[in-house]
Design a protein around this ligand. Sequence first.
Ligand code: AKB
Length: 336
Amino acid sequence: MRKKVTLITGACGEIGHALIDHLAEQKSGPIVTLDLQDMHDAQRKKVAHVKGSITDKALLEQLVSEYEFEQIIHLAALLSTRAEFSPSLAHRVNVEGTLLLLDIAAEQSEFRQKPVQFLFPSSIAAYGMPDLETKAAHPKVKEWEWNYPTTMYGANKLYCERLGIYYSEHFKQLAEEKPVMLDFRSVRFPGLISAFTVPSGGTSDYGPEMLHAAAQGKAYACFVRPDSAIPFMAMPDAIQALIGLAAAPADKLTQRVYNVTAFSLTAEGFRDEVAKHFPKADVTYEPHLKRQGIVDSWPVDTDDHKARKDWGWAPDYDQERCFAEYLVPNIRARYA
Ligand code: AKB
């Protein structure tokens, strides 16, 4: 009999790193991880790690022959900046890779006669505000508003959300008998900030980069203007959001894609927080026109009242607590 497991793709990235620690601490059951990288030493014993690509169909089939996936947490993706340098690779990974996994989850749901839960982190990149006036006039966007992403990554995320809904609600809709379908659930994350890892390949990276540089006594040239505003969230809240949505009873969910947010901050506001804790922080501004354009297309904040109402989402860390209680003490310890 195949072993029942949770599959985490892209497990060596920032979210995966925090999620594995959380799940291992909760003793929540066996985990198989898949990533192009080797698993970090500290986490090797917590999971069964497979090094490989989510676009490798033969590898995925081999995994299906060994394991029964009860839950798939699909984190693997090329982020917004990285994806602009290799758009077709991004499409292969972000869309075709997701499609392969959805196919597996759909097949498994039918085979088990029980839905496989498919958790998908989406992003504020799924939005596209046409200009700064519109961004200022609509500071808190709802899930279905302004879904006009300008990046490959954003377009990929938005489309995969739709694919997830299709596979959960309309799959094989012309068949005589309705199949047991997978259970797709997604959160649209803002820029995430971890005290333990530094992001790469994203466009919201200027926030965490600024903080980690200051903690190491390094100068930092921020690649967006001081007035650039987007939402951010502490990594523990991102994990809490994924776990909370996964645990929610299906009949409480009125949609499959939920905004979650914690606090909205301009780059200057971010710098002020950093300087409060690291008074010697040396931050200058050297806006990169193209990356600035991406950040300008993302909303100032998102409206997450549906997540709050349907499954009790609420972040633990507002701006003050995020810096004072989570980021700064842990970053100080990390670079001490
Ligand atoms: C990125 O900047 O691409 C990501 C995101 C906002 O999804 N951090």
